[in-house]
Design a protein around this ligand. Sequence first.
Ligand code: ADP
Ligand code: MG
Length: 473
Amino acid sequence: MRHLHPHVIWEEFLKIAKEEAGSQVVETWFKAVSLDAINIDRQEITLIMPNSFVSNWIQEHYHSLLVTHLKRLLNTASIIIIFAGPQTEKRNVEKPVDSTELNHLMPTFRPATITKMGSSQLVPHTTPTKPREQQPLNELYTFDTFVVGPSNSLAHGASYAVSQSLGTVYNPLFIYGGTGLGKTHLLHAIGNEAKRQCPDIRVRYETSDQFMHDFIRAIRFDKAHQFRDRYLSLDLLLIDDIQFFSNKEQTQETFFHIFNALYEQKKQIVLSSDTFPEEIKGLQSRLTSRMEWGLVADMQTPDLETKIAILTKKAEQHNITLDDEVSHFIASRVHTNIRQLEGALIRVDAFASLTGQTISLALAKRVLLNFNEPRPQTIDLHDVASQIAKKCGITMADLKSKNRNKDVSAARQIACYIMKKLTNHSLQAIGQFLNGRDHSTIIHAITTVEERRKADRVFAGKIQRLEEEILNR
Ligand code: ADP
Ligand code: MG
């Protein structure tokens, strides 16, 4: 009989959701959800929701995404999804700072909702459920489980120092870096470590998105003051992915007051973002400058050794045996994102256990056949740029210039796309190379090329050949 690990299925779902709905959606809504049980005979699965807010949101917005893909992943004709509340025995439940107010703000928590193919009905579930106002800290994200290497040692060291003496060493601590490099992990690690040392401490972890949604909700219920007060009693505030505050004036205003009040009381603030403060578009300058008051620490792409060390650690955590050859192979297949590294490991392990084999190099190669191409270390931005300029019949100076001529812009966009794909450089670095363009311009260029590739096969072929030529140069 086929054995289905809920964990593996959920990981697969997350990957698909990321592609279809975007990584922000996955981070904000699905990351705190877990797939608890699969009952194939009854075509039923149970999802554990961290709180009512997330539960309702997911049911309202992502119901068909769940049904479509879980049906396919489980190979069933229909599926019943049970949305259950948090299992108190499994997770460490934080005391709400002000639960009465929260109950007021939150939609009534439906203890468990069962949905079948689009129709929803309320059915009580046996799991005891409590409303919870905030995202719990992920117990797996600790300093113990974090592998330190040259790419993250500054951010790690600063985080650890902060956890040892809140509010005194670096305040605020601002961590920035690309997706999947460990920012969220470090934020949770600070929270977990501070709590371990002093269990009574008031810690709050939020993504900026969650903060904003709560804030909007508070305004709607005329509770903006209470919203603010909830934060003022904290000892440690961790806000993840602060770049999403961009252009949210009112949210920024409130955050500014919270920031000031906490800072004055010497309470610790830790923020993360995908870029450094000044690069966050649409952020009030008084906020930007405050974010730079403490320490700004970056996280870089890990080198091969660090990737192997992380993989080894993850394998241990999942009770997976990997020999050196296999870890080396997997690590070399994943270029930047550590989350992908974990995904590759889980994929290899799932395949091995589904087919009853042990993990070997041959098996890993087969599973990761189309995962990522090995990337020569030697390609740099200049190589890509000069090849593309040559192919497109323009000069390097044109490519870097502000020239908006159609052909030049097109070549520049293709250059951005290929640079991101074939080199290890960050969006910022690419922007820098292209005469100080900002990273949102680079993202825009990359998206434009991606969309055109999907729509235009001739264009896609042209890009593919360009890539090959650059790789085989
Ligand atoms: P980010 O928030 O920067 O996008 P995350 O913190 O979510 O990245 O990290 C993605 C995954 O990679 C998580 O599962 C995390 O545990 C893991 N990870 C990242 N860096 C490390 C590291 N240095 N050691 C161990 N695991 C790591
Ligand atoms: Mg994150």
